[in-house]
Write a protein that binds this ligand. Structure first.
Ligand code: IMP
Ligand code: MG
Length: 175
């Protein structure tokens, strides 16, 4: 198999700065009211680990696993819930933590499903927002980086389950 070419896009230092900015925004919006942060697996696992450690607001964590079908760099819009939350979100201040919003299908599926469970507030935090590629109208409340185009890997993000362990985020050329 040909090795795709990786080009450094966001360094670990730059990512850390954005994660701290997001944590400050979340703290500012919530003060001392406890929040529940939901990590959307697997892509958000490293971002989530760094983000929760940068937030001062009291918080609880839970995990959900979604899978979307499609080609390796594009989703089909068909989303499946593989692992549900373990906690109730009713009357809680909830923040969904995603790796990337691309077409928006994955998040739309999750957002409206969680909304039916009666959270007090439901917000969205994404590390990367590919806004120009959106196919449904869904917006994040907290955005780390805005990306116009390209497929990225590293810092939790994969291509075919590879590269999640890279500490920086790279553009995958020819993807
Ligand atoms: P959407 O449903 O099209 O918004 O797809 C969102 C999901 O596709 C994300 O949660 C990622 O897991 C994956 N994804 C989209 N773009 C990329 C990328 O550039 N690199 C790695 N995964 C991506
Ligand atoms: Mg993924």
């Amino acid at each position: 198999m040909d090795q795709p070419e990786l080009k450094l896009l966001y360094s670990r230092e730059y990512i850390a700065d954005q994660v701290h900015r997001l944590a400050e925004e979340i703290d500012r919006d919530h003060g001392s009211r406890e929040i529940l942060l939901i990590s959307v697996l697997k892509g958000s696992f490293l971002f989530f680990a760094d983000l929760v450690r940068a937030i001062s607001t009291p918080l609880a964590v839970d995990f959900i696993r979604l899978a979307s079908y499609g080609s390796d760099t594009r989703t089909s819009g068909i989303v499946e819930l593989r692992k549900d939350l373990e906690m109730s979100i009713e009357d809680r201040d909830v923040i969904i933590v995603e790796d990337i919003i691309d077409s928006g299908h994955t998040l739309e599926f999750l957002y409206y499903r969680l909304l039916q469970r009666g959270p007090r507030t439901l917000r969205i935090c994404t590390l990367i927002d590919k806004r120009s590629r959106r196919e449904v109208s869904i917006e994040a409340d907290y955005v780390g980086m805005a990306l116009e185009e390209g497929f990225v890997v590293g810092y939790g993000l994969d291509h075919d389950e590879r590269y999640r362990n890279l500490p920086d985020i790279h553009l995958m050329e020819g993807a």
